[in-house]
Ligand binder design. Sequence first.
Ligand code: CAA
Length: 257
Amino acid sequence: MEFILVDPQARPHVALIQLNRPKELNALNLQLMGELRDTLKQLDDDEQVRAIIIAGNERAFAAGADIKQMAGKTAIDMLNVDQFSTWDQIRKTKKPIIAAVSGFALGGGCELAMTCDMIVASETATFGQPEIKIGVMPGAGGTQRLTRAIGKAKAMEMVLTGKFMSAAEAEKHGLINRVVPVELYLEEAFRLAADVAQMSPVAARLAKEAVNRSFETQLDEGLHFERKNFYLCFASDDQKEGMAAFVEKRKPDFKGR
Ligand code: CAA
């Protein structure tokens, strides 16, 4: 792969993916997104992996979709390329994904971070949907996910003016999980991933699915979905192990079965 670095066991049960187009501020061209999709699929299928981190570098998580690649396209070109089907596949990743964001997370970069399940940011992280400044609008979920995360007023301001949001503001408005000094952001993402990786992978998968379902359904249907996943946990060895360990006052040893 040309634009992605992968370490499937960067830490026990934790994989690290690094976006690696530094000169272009990790602009998300079609090849990079294809590589990311394929990598996530491989890691999803790898039993050793229980949590995944996606990071950029200190200067940029990603400065958006590749403007140079899109500049000359017609609507029909865009329709035929269908770049967002790649994003749909990424969204289907079953394992928990943490975005470790430093520097620019703009346009598709902000949308990619929001596609992840949690976001750890450095103090230098800057979030934005500046597509309006180049005559378009967000196309990879920005209008939907940003609005759900920070509410209509703030989302509308960002989408209509292209103004950036600092990491501190993003934390205040619930877009991200936490902000730490730049030298610690990757370590903090690893810490969070390690916490997740200690849990039952079966329960984590079912729980992620249920939280995500809350964005798609009415409360009644969501509660029904949650209950079914809760019952399904009782089909796992991990449920037996987790509850036995509690009773026996020891740490559980989850196997993902
Ligand atoms: N696409 C292609 N190339 C990009 C890029 C992008 N989104 N963002 C940065 N680059 C390139 C620049 O063209 C430049 O390349 P050259 O050296 O060859 O000229 C290099 O990365 C470094 O960028 P700058 O010189 O511009 O760096 P800066 O520090 O002066 O500015 C920045 C940084 C504010 C992030 C600025 O680069 C910028 O505004 N980038 C575009 C941000 C943007 O509009 N993103 C939305 C894209 S559309 C989208 O994402 C649609 C969608 O919803 C999927």
